[in-house]
Design a protein around this ligand. Structure first.
Ligand SMILES: Cc1ncc(COP(=O)(O)O)c(C=O)c1O
Length: 484
C-alpha cells in the first residue's frame, strides 16, 4: 500500500536531520548581531559590576548561558556568536545540549550534586558503573584504569605524583626508612624526592605549582611563582606544509630527539616521567610527526622514564580520533594519559597497577574527582558514539582545512596546520598586532574565536560543528581578511 506523500516527506526530513539539527532544531541559522560592537553596553555594565568583586580583566564579553544554543554563544546584549573557541576547547556537544539537560535533571545527578562524596573514602554504590559506562569506556587503547581529578592541572599533577611514587617504591624495595620519614618532614632528601619531570619547550600543562613547573609556554604564567628546577627538552619547530619539508623536518626532529635522550642520560635515572601534548596547544598549536612521538616512546622505554601524554586539550574527539595520540601509532601505549576540558571530568588513564601507590592516602584529596562530572562525561561519551561524532569531526575538519588552504593562497594565513587532524586547526598571523585585529574583527562579525602562542589563531569548535557552520565561519574570515 502506498503511504500518503506527506508522511513520506516527514520520514525523509527526519532521516536527513544532521546531528546538530536533531539536538538543536532552533539553533540560530547565522550569527545575530544586536549591538555594533561586542561587548555591547549591557555586557560592559555587568562586567563593571563583576569587576568590583572578581578579577574580570580577561573577559571577552558577559555570556548568557540560558539562551546559548548549540554552536552559538549568546551574550548579555542578546547577540549570538558562532563559537569556534567553545570555552577554551571544553564544550563537546554544544550549549544546552538536550541529552546533557536530561542527565542534569536525573535523580542520579541530584544525588551526585547534593551529596558530594569524598570518593576515596565513601564511594557511591554506582561510581564503578558510572566510570565503566563513561570515562573508562572511552579509555585509550591499552588502558583500563583511571584516577579522577579536579582540573587539567590536577590531572597532570596526580600523574606526576604517581610517577614519583612508582619509581621510589620500586627502588626502595621495602618499607620507608626512619631517615626518610624524618627528612621528608623538613622537605629534605632522602624522604623528599630529587627526581624530575621532563617537559618540552612551549608545552603547557597547567598553572598549579607542580604543573606550572612543567609549563613552558609563556613567562607571564610563571613569573613570581616558586618552581621546581626541572629540565625541558626542545620541541621540534616544523615547517609547513609538512609534506613539502619532510627532509628538513626529519632533521629537526632528530636533533630534538637526540637532545631529549641526552638530557635523560645526564640525569642518571632521575627523570621519573616526561610529559607531552600531542599538539602543543596553548604554546601555539605546534605539531610534531608520528615518527617523533614513536621515537620518544622508544627512548622513554629504553631509559625507564614514564611517558605521560597530556590530552587535556586534544582529547575527546576534536582531532578526528577520540584521543589525538591515536594518530601516532605508538609502539606501545603511553604509561598515563591525562584528560579534562571536553570531558568536563578530569583525571588520568593508566594500566600498570604499580602506578597506584603502594598505600592508600598517598594519592588523595577530599573529593578525588566529582561523580556529577563523571555522569556528564558518561553522557558525552555515549552521545559521541551514538552520533559518530569523532568521524564527523574528522570529515568537517577536512572540509575546513581545504577551504582554509584556498583562502591562504589569497590572504595572510601563514603556516596553516592541522591537516587530517579534525577541527584541531590553526595558523599564524604576521604578528601579534595583526592577530589581535583579526580576532576582534571576527568577533564583531559574530564569530567567537581564540588565539594561542604569540601570533597564532586556533579553531576549537564543539563536535557538533557542521558544514553550514564552517561556511559561515569561512565567509566571515574572508571578509575580515579583506579588511586587514
Ligand atoms: C594541554 C593542557 N594541559 C593542561 C591544562 C590545564 O588545565 P586546567 O586549566 O583545567 O587546569 C590545559 C589548559 O588549557 C591544557 O591545554
Amino acid at each position: 500500500m502506498l503511504r500518503p506523500i506527506k508522511h513520506l516527506r516527514s520520514i525523509r526530513a527526519k532521516r536527513f536531520l544532521s546531528t546538530c539539527e536533531s539536538y538543536f532544531p532552533d539553533e540560530p541559522k547565522a550569527p545575530i548581531l544586536k549591538t555594533s560592537t561586542i561587548p555591547g553596553p549591557k555586557s560592559e555594565q555587568l562586567n563593571n559590576e563583576l569587576g568590583e568583586i572578581f578579577d574580570n580583566r580577561a573577559t571577552y564579553f558577559v555570556s548568557d548561558y540560558y539562551n546559548s544554543k548549540g554552536n552559538y554563544i549568546s551574550d548579555a546584549d542578546g547577540n549570538y556568536l558562532l563559537d569556534v573557541y567553545a570555552q577554551i576547547s571544553s564544550i563537546a556537544l554544544g550549549y544546552n545540549n538536550p541529552e546533557l539537560i536530561k542527565t542534569a535533571k536525573s535523580d542520579e545527578m541530584t544525588n551526585a550534586l547534593i551529596n558530594r562524596p569524598a570518593l576515596a573514602c565513601f564511594p557511591s554504590t554506582d561510581y564503578a558503573t558510572i566510570l565503566n559506562e563513561g570515562i573508562l569506556s572511552a579509555a585509550p587503547k591499552g588502558m583500563n584504569k583511571v584516577w579522577t581529578a579536579l582540573s587539567g592541572s590536577d590531572a597532570n599533577e596526580t600523574a606526576y605524583k604517581a610517577a614519583f611514587m612508582y619509581h621510589h617504591t620500586k627502588r626502595r624495595n621495602g618499607d620507608f626508612s626512619a631517615e626518610e620519614l624524618e627528612s621528608v618532614m623538613n622537605n629534605e632528601l632522602p624522604g623528599a624526592s630529587d627526581m624530575v619531570i621532563l617537559s618540552f619547550d612551549k608545552g603547557f600543562h597547567g598553572r598549579l605549582f607542580g604543573s606550572l613547573s612543567t609549563t613552558r609556554s609563556k613567562a607571564i604564567h610563571k613569573l613570581d611563582i616558586p618552581a621546581f628546577n626541572w629540565p625541558k627538552a626542545p620541541f621540534p619547530s616544523l615547517k609547513y606544509p609538512l609534506n613539502e619539508f619532510e627532509a628538513e623536518n626529519r632533521q629537526e626532529e632528530d636533533k630534538c630527539l637526540q637532545e631529549f635522550e641526552s638530557i635523560i642520560k645526564s640525569y642518571n635515572g632521575k627523570v621519573a616521567a616526561m610529559i607531552i601534548e600531542p599538539v602543543q596547544s596553548e604554546g601555539g598549536d605546534n605539531h610534531a610527526t608520528p615518527y617523533f612521538f614513536q621515537q620518544l616512546r622508544k627512548i622513554t622505554q629504553d631509559n625507564d622514564v614514564l611517558m605521560i601524554v597530556d590530552e587535556v586539550q586534544t582529547g575527546v574527539g576534536a582531532s578526528g580520533k577520540l584521543w589525538a595520540h591515536e594518530h601516532f601509532d605508538l609502539p606501545s601505549p603511553p604509561d598515563m594519559v591525562t584528560f579534562s576540558k571536553k570531558f568536563q571530568a578530569a583525571g588520568f588513564y593508566f594500566s600498570n597497577p604499580e602506578l597506584q601507590p603502594n598505600q592508600p592516602y598517598r594519592q588523595f584529596n577530599t573529593w578525588c574527582g566529582d561523580p556529577s562530572k563523571a555522569l556528564i562525561a558518561k553522557t558525552i561519551y555515549q552521545e559521541v558514539v551514538k552520533h559518530d561524532l569523532v568521524n564527523k569531526t574528522a570529515s568537517i575538519g577536512n572540509y575546513l582545512f581545504s577551504n582554509l588552504k584556498s583562502l591562504a593562497e589569497k590572504y595572510p594565513i601563514l603556516n596553516l596546520r592541522g591537516e587530517n587532524f579534525g577541527t584541531f586547526i590553526a595558523w599564524d598571523c604576521k604578528d601579534a598586532n595583526e592577530r589581535g585585529k583579526l580576532l576582534l574583527s571576527l568577533r564583531n562579525k559574530g564569530i567567537n574565536i581564540g588565539g594561542c602562542g604569540d601570533y597564532s589563531i586556533r579553531l576549537r569548535p564543539p563536535l557538533v560543528f557542521e558544514q553550514k557552520h564552517a561556511d559561515i565561519f569561512l565567509s566571515a574570515l574572508e571578509d575580515a581578511l579583506k579588511e586587514l
